[in-house]
Design a protein around this ligand. Structure first.
Ligand code: ZN
Length: 318
């Protein structure tokens, strides 16, 4: 099947995850998707922050009314003019201190209300996300892959299950990937071997090598046998080559690199040599020795390797 050419819209970034949550007051349903209106009834969603603020405001109003009632009772029930003044003054002091204290603790009060709302509505939120997920499933069924992926991407910020990751990966595998797309890799790594994930990882790394991370290399090493069976040894060789992206990765995965060193293209060996020689103070272990030997054997007469000037001394030992 031909891959679908699509364009993703930019992912909405928020400081806190809860800021993506919103609610349709009419359906009493939460959603994490980007839509501004409820797909069920068309009502505009209310953001979590606005929801908390409205709860907070109504609590403040209730408290203010209570203070007013107590002060009024004090005034009405005052037997003398003096006690009436006392009631008025104490009422005033109380209101001022209430306003001052509330404004000092307004931020923590806000978070207390937010936490309470999240706790009370946890089940409702889960049901809302489940509904969002059904909408994404419908998009996939009807071959609308871009909106399906965008929905799953938002839901993925709240659900970290393998099932959710694989659903995203399977949609991505039917899309023709481009380097200008906002693609992820590390966040999609499942907890066990998954052929669809490896297929996606190999594809996405072809267009964006910078997505390779320690966790990703570790995944390829841990599941190497299954990967070789499904994708051939070259897939591991590619990943080993990409491990040279960072000095720290080379140190961490030096054994893995050593295994494939003899099969690296010249450009990868050159890169490895430059990193090793630029950092002579680091403990490279047997990787350095093996690299030097390879250069002496294979690239002895290559001018590109002259600057490392290791050829002669190593050759003399071989
Ligand atoms: Zn609604």
């Amino acid at each position: 099947m031909a891959k679908q050419a699509v364009r993703f819209s930019k992912k909405k970034r928020t400081k806190y995850r809860f800021q993506k949550l919103k609610m349709c007051k009419k359906c009493q349903r939460y959603s994490v998707l980007k839509d501004d209106t409820c797909p069920k009834c068309g009502t505009t969603f209310v953001g979590m922050e606005a929801l908390v603020k409205s709860i907070f405001k109504s609590r403040l109003l209730t408290e203010a009314i209570w203070i007013l009632i107590i002060v009024s009772i004090g005034i009405v029930a005052a037997p003398t003019v003096r006690t009436l003044y006392y009631s008025l003054i104490s009422g005033l002091v109380f209101v001022v201190s209430y306003v001052v204290l509330t404004s000092i603790f307004i931020k923590s009060e806000y978070f207390i209300h937010l936490k309470k709302l999240l706790r009370v509505d946890l089940k409702k939120i889960a049901i809302g996300i489940q509904y969002d997920s059904e909408l994404a499933k419908k998009d996939v069924k009807e071959d609308r892959l871009a909106p399906a992926y965008e929905k799953l991407r938002e839901i993925g910020d709240f659900l970290y299950s393998d099932q959710m990751k694989i659903r995203r990966v399977m949609v991505l595998n039917d899309i023709s990937l481009r380097s200008d797309m906002e693609l992820e890799l590390e966040t999609l790594i499942p907890s066990s071997y998954d052929k669809d994930f490896v297929k996606y990882a190999l594809e996405v790394l072809k267009i964006n090598r910078t997505l390779i991370t320690k966790k990703c290399i570790g995944y390829f090493i841990n599941h190497r046998d299954a990967i070789v069976i499904d994708f051939g040894i070259n897939s591991l060789l590619t990943v080993a080559g990409m491990t040279l992206r960072m000095k720290l990765y080379i140190l961490e995965f030096s054994e893995f690199i050593e295994e494939f060193l003899d099969y690296f293209p010249k450009e990868r060996v050159l890169r490895l040599c430059s990193i090793l020689h630029a950092n002579p103070e680091m403990e490279w272990g047997s990787l350095e020795e093996k690299t030097n030997r390879l250069v002496a054997m294979k690239y002895h007469y290559d001018p590109d390797f002259k600057r490392f000037s290791v050829g002669d001394e190593v050759v003399s030992h071989v």
